[in-house]
Write a new protein. Structure first.
Ligand SMILES: Cc1ncc(COP(=O)(O)O)c(C=O)c1O
Length: 391
């Protein structure tokens, strides 16, 4: 047993008392991770099909990513955006090339919500005088003032602010008739092309094409929130690429840093041209370690052909996991929703008892899978077998 393992095995169990009680906790005390596996204090090996809310793109302990981040830490742990850094420029160049889209520039931030806040600010800059943003029912865009205002159900559950920073209209998903609600008053429309919290619900090419067209007719800025579905998770670099529909702005976070906190705002031509000195800002965004984490993540995805892996293993999940309580699937790639005939929370609990970690969603009959991009067929076999045992 290593010194670290000996120490942690004898340490008193954590009570988590100093932490604000805002998160319901999974019943597992994780000590470390290896690939797609979590190792718990009581010695269990748990198959992680949830990836820490879609973050662990390369799983745990990925050698090249860990080395790159460690080396950057040793080399230069921080310098602000006021100082030009090779690693930051390289990360931006690589992200643009990786996207396969006509992205003109990138603004790095720290989280998904922060990326969305900045996207909205840019939209209002591009559309001065307009006061409304349109979002979709069942959406999730983050917890901050603007992002939370656009999150379905937040006003009733947790929004907290006395008013939203702009007028918000929610329209139903995949309803092309409702696109008429987008008008010359609309500054921006924000959608997750594949909704995450909403239940791994894909909006589809037809709807997104109609949405793009309506935004063009009215001048509304189209924002794709790809914080959960993007950066490879859907089996393509971004859902914009998967569906062949180009927004004006894309926001990314989560998998982008493989656990190092990062976010990014990807700007197409119109938005990039409107950026002015001092219009946007951040202290930590695009710091050298964050940039190294992004760069190493892209390098690993390309070197290991992980997008092809996501596509192949997604098909395998669809072919083998519609068993037991699962009656179908929705979503794309490693943002898959397994449709369950009993409540998904019940299936999640029963899988946890078989050492498989999955997620639920806003849809009570959708079990959400957000595994690392490195997941293989043999691990999917374990899920299929566990589901079969549930009958
Ligand atoms: C689609 C989407 N947008 C934005 C966010 C907010 O990201 P963050 O928690 O990094 O602020 C999330 C987080 O779950 C998300 O799923």
């Amino acid at each position: 047993m290593s010194t670290a393992a000996a120490h942690t095995a004898t340490a008193a169990p954590l009570t988590h008392e100093p932490l604000a009680r805002v998160f319901a906790q999974y019943p597992l005390e994780v000590l470390r991770g290896e690939g797609v596996w979590l190792v718990t204090r009581d010695g269990r090996r748990v198959l992680d099909l949830y990836g820490g809310h879609a973050v662990a793109a390369l799983g745990y302990g990925h050698p090249a990513w860990t080395k790159a981040v460690n080396e950057q830490m040793r080399h230069l742990n921080f310098q602000s955006n006021a100082v030009p850094l090779d690693v930051r420029t390289r990360a931006a160049r690589k992200l643009i090339a990786f996207s396969g889209l006509p992205v003109k520039s990138v603004f790095f931030v720290n989280s998904g919500a922060e990326a969305n806040e900045n996207a909205l600010k840019m939209a209002f800059t591009l559309n001065p005088g307009r006061t409304e943003v349109i979002a979709l029912e069942q959406s999730f865009h983050g917890r901050t003032a603007a992002a939370g205002a656009l999150t379905w159900g937040a006003a009733k559950k947790w929004y907290g602010f006395p008013r939203t920073p702009f007028d918000v209209t929610f329209i139903p998903r995949r309803d092309t008739a409702a696109l008429a609600r987008i008008t010359e008053k609309t500054a921006a429309v924000i959608v997750e092309p594949i909704q995450g919290v909403g239940g791994a619900f894909d909006l589809g090419r037809e709807y997104l094409t109609a949405l793009r067209q309506r935004c063009d007719e009215t001048g509304a800025v189209l924002v794709f929130d790809e914080v959960q579905c993007g950066f490879g998770r859907c089996g393509e670099p971004f859902a914009a690429k998967l569906y062949g529909v180009l927004p004006d702005l894309i926001t990314a976070a989560k998998a982008l840093g493989n656990g190092y906190p990062v976010g990014a705002l990807l700007m197409m031509e119109k938005a990039a041209a409107a950026v002015k000195l001092d219009a946007l800002g951040t202290t930590f965004g695009g710091g050298p370690v964050a940039a190294a984490a992004i760069e190493a993540c892209i390098d690993a995805i390309l070197a290991e052909d992980l997008l092809a892996n996501v596509r192949r293993v997604t098909k395998y999940i669809r072919d083998t996991c519609i068993v037991g309580p699962v009656t179908g699937y929705q979503g794309e790639g490693f943002l898959t929703g397994l449709i369950t005939r009993v409540p998904a929370s019940q299936v999640q609990k029963a899988l946890m008892e078989q050492d498989i970690l999955t997620g639920t969603s806003g849809d009570p009959h959708v079990l959400r899978l957000l595994p690392p991009f490195t997941l293989k067929e043999a691990e999917v076999d374990l899920l299929a077998a566990a589901l079969k045992r549930l009958g």
